[in-house]
Design a protein around this ligand. Structure first.
Ligand code: AMP
Ligand code: ZN
Length: 136
């Protein structure tokens, strides 16, 4: 992908604060972090979202996420972190190359990831489950 910023980082065409790399994955610090130490885990092969990724790349992605999260905790973290993946415009995805965010959390940080809870009416919860199950 010519204009993809993460493809360019994966190809070494633009610099990044790299943390980890293997044949399938590259990880580097997010340039505008939610907390300092905020890491991105990125498949080298371009895919727009999680559902477009191949299973082998996905397995490598989550393994690398574990590796980086452990390193964060052992270096300056405290074992608390959020994993976030924005898939699609409505979910807030800005860079259209699939990636996982790992954000270290601290006791008095200002990051808020809580949402307000909705309620299902009547049998709605069963209907939603049925709709999704059909496509599994
Ligand atoms: P999103 O697509 O919303 O999941 O997030 C994309 C993330 O990529 C943002 O948090 C940006 O700060 C980050 N980002 C964009 N360009 C770069 C870059 N050149 N190096 C590191 N992080 C970047
Ligand atoms: Zn890309």
């Amino acid at each position: 992908m010519e204009d993809c910023i993460f493809c360019k980082i994966a190809d070494g065409k633009i610099p990044a604060a790299k943390i980890y790399e293997d044949g399938k994955i590259i990880s580097f610090l997010d340039i505008m972090p939610a907390n300092k130490g905020h890491c991105l885990i990125v498949p080298k092969k371009h895919a727009q979202t999680l559902t477009e990724m191949g299973d082998e790349d996905l397995a490598a992605l989550i393994k690398a996420a574990k590796k980086v999260a452990s390193a964060l905790s052992l270096s300056f973290g405290n074992g608390s972190f959020n994993i976030v993946m924005n898939n699609g415009k409505e979910a807030g995805q800005i860079v259209n190359h699939a990636h996982i965010h790992i954000i270290p959390r601290f006791q008095k940080d200002r990051l808020r990831l809580k949402w307000s809870h909705l309620k299902y009416e009547g049998d709605e919860i069963k209907e939603y489950a049925e709709k999704i199950r059909k496509f599994i």
